[in-house]
Design a protein. Sequence first.
Length: 305
Amino acid sequence: MNHKETYGIFPDKTTERISLLKYSKSSCGVDFLLNTAESTEKRGWFDTDKRYKTDFFEFYFFHKAEGHLFLAGERIELHPGTVLIISPFQLQEWHVDLDKLNYTFLVFQEEFVNNFLSDKYFMYRLLYCYQHDYPPYFSMDGKDAAPLLDLLRRMKKELHAPVADSYHMIVAYLYQFLLLLNRHYAQLFNQPFTLPLNNYAYQYKQLLEKNICTTNRVADYATMMGISRVSLNKAVMREFGLSAVHLLKQRLLQEVKNDLLFSGLSVKEIAFRLHFSEPNHLMRFFKQMTGQTISGFLSEMEQGN
């Protein structure tokens, strides 16, 4: 998974460069767009670069851990028993000693799932993926983690001794793993868990990921989807227990935090990039959403680091 492509988010402005780590079958040593292992078998790539993104999903079960990381503008402290889920293309910066970590990981490209399932919104249905309101990390005791880790062991067995139906078996294990984890997450954070009436909420979530830098009005997303704003809001509220506006603001806040921490852009330039009419509106939005000023947030991050 350490094939690397380096690029600048803002080539004409940014002095820091960010790596894009692409999933590679050859570097993983398996013939699938998925891999799982213990850190004692295959070390992670947390020290590959200071800041990077990946083009695959990452799941970590930390058995021993200390240190922290910045993920999508948030500081996350690591402890034994932490489960961490990272969606593709989220900006990461790790502050850990690899020798002091012990974990089980699962990584896979969305294509691996999409090749088998006809549901193109499946990963967006999972409450912990592309999550901007509830944390993508939580503590899990050994009893709850045991069936999930057992599924990972079964996947690993198929990966290293593949037979004719190994792909289908691995997908079956992965499907069960993702759904069991989703049930646990829904219960842990008391999130809605009802049968969906339609795909509007998941389509909206997908569109936010792709268009948040250029589009920040719910009405525009409703137009893209060919439905009314009222219908969109009802669907989002039913599936996530949150309004469509709230989901948009949380995703926009993540983008603002990323830019403040890593882009090298001024507040004025960030406001322009994210289509705020003036810097004061950006600063007011940030204070409303976080209770902090931008300078206070940056000072806190510097002290924490």
